[in-house]
Design a protein around this ligand. Structure first.
Ligand code: PEP
Ligand code: MN
Length: 360
């Protein structure tokens, strides 16, 4: 549930509500909205809920107490109706602009990274990606250059001005990755690694949370809730394909998840057609699809010589293909930005009261 303060409630009244919540063993999360301040009450409240709501409603400065019907609370639109906008260096994510994250699957050398960084920047990318610690299905495959790659990424940021995003695979890497990178990526395999989610929730860097390849949208948003409830409100969601019975593509890109997530949550949503399809020729049409359904951005893998790449050779675009992709996406984005659906009721969304969609 959350407490809606009256318009113009004083700081002391807000503090009073927060300390009451703390006194009940719950955690208050304050959000200053355009009209009034709201305070979410988060924690295990069991049977005390109704009684606590009645008590909070009587405190000075409180206008009303409302339930949050979703299992994810701080990430829900009910609690936070306005879109979350994330600023990192000169990049802005979730403000209606098109965020383009591009770069190699793995950082392989300084030269390879710099050549890619210069080209994607010139073509209009807003964020540079590059894997330093690589989660590989085979323990015998290239595992990434680790800290050496982090240093090259930081140099590439100096060179281009682009913020850099890279994956953090385990709690012990969080501090070092946060030292070098501007955005931390949680990969699909780690979406439900709760200790890692909590740890990235404690750093002052935005986090991009990829959807687990076997996760429902609700599980994905619950994973985001771990990060936000640990203290980090700057989470970007990334749809990167889920595993289905299809074998011609690496994964199946769930395009419906984009407008759905926009209804359910205020967090920005980007798509990754590289990992979703695993095939170079499918990256452009699926990137177009993602932007057309309202994604706030696209992450794509780009390599100066994809056939020689040490990881994901089949899906990386070359530099010309990236330039072509950018030219294609800009007008599609212009068209799509006016098409975003307004917030809808659960009945209109076809969502049952307990959350989750009706199946057939
Ligand atoms: C990646 O972006 O480098 C990556 C490994 O992606 P995913 O976690 O989606 O497989
Ligand atoms: Mn990859």
């Amino acid at each position: 549930m959350f407490v809606v303060m009256t318009v113009g409630a004083s700081e002391a009244e807000v503090l009073g509500v927060k300390s009451h919540i703390l006194g009940e063993g719950m955690t208050p999360f304050e959000h200053v909205g355009p009209e009034h301040t709201v305070i979410a009450v988060v924690g295990e409240m069991g049977s005390r809920k109704a009684e606590l709501a009645t008590r909070l409603a009587t405190l000075p400065g409180v206008s009303q107490v409302k339930p949050i019907s979703r299992p994810f609370k701080l990430t829900s639109r009910e609690f936070h109706p306005e879109d979350t906008v994330i600023k990192v260096l000169d990049a802005v994510i979730g403000d209606g602009s098109l965020t383009m994250m591009a770069g190699p699957c793995s950082v392989e050398s300084r030269e390879q990274l710099f050549e890619t960084a210069d080209a994607v920047k010139a073509a209009g990318a807003t964020i540079l990606r590059g894997g330093a610690f690589k989660p590989r299905t085979s323990p015998y495959a290239f595992q990434g250059l680790g800290v050496e790659a982090l240093r090259y990424l930081a140099e590439a940021r100096e060179r281009t001005g682009l913020p850099v995003i890279t994956e953090v695979m385990e709690p012990s890497q969080v501090d070092i990755v946060a030292e070098y990178a501007d955005i931390l990526q949680i990969g699909t395999r780690n979406m439900q690694n709760y200790s890692l989610l909590r740890d990235v929730g404690r750093v002052a860097r935005p986090v991009m949370l990829k959807r687990g390849y076997g996760a429902t949208v609700e599980e994905w948003l619950m994973a985001a809730e771990y990060i936000v409830s640990s203290g980090n409100p700057n989470v970007i969601l990334c749809e990167r394909g889920i595993r289905t019975f299809e074998t011609y593509t690496r994964n199946t890109m769930d395009l419906a998840a984009v407008p759905l997530a926009h209804q359910l949550t205020h967090l920005p949503v980007v798509v990754d057609p590289s990992h979703a399809t695993g095939k170079r020729w499918l990256v452009k049409p699926l990137a177009v699809g993602g932007v057309a359904v309202g994604a706030d951005g696209v992450m794509v893998e780009v390599h100066p010589n994809p056939d020689k790449a040490l990881s994901d050779a089949e899906q990386q675009l070359d530099l010309d293909q990236f330039r072509d992709l950018m030219a294609t996406l800009i007008p599609i984005h212009e068209l799509a930005r006016g098409m975003r659906a307004p917030a809808m009721s659960d009945a209109a969304l076809g969502i049952g009261g307990s959350g989750g969609l009706a199946k057939h």
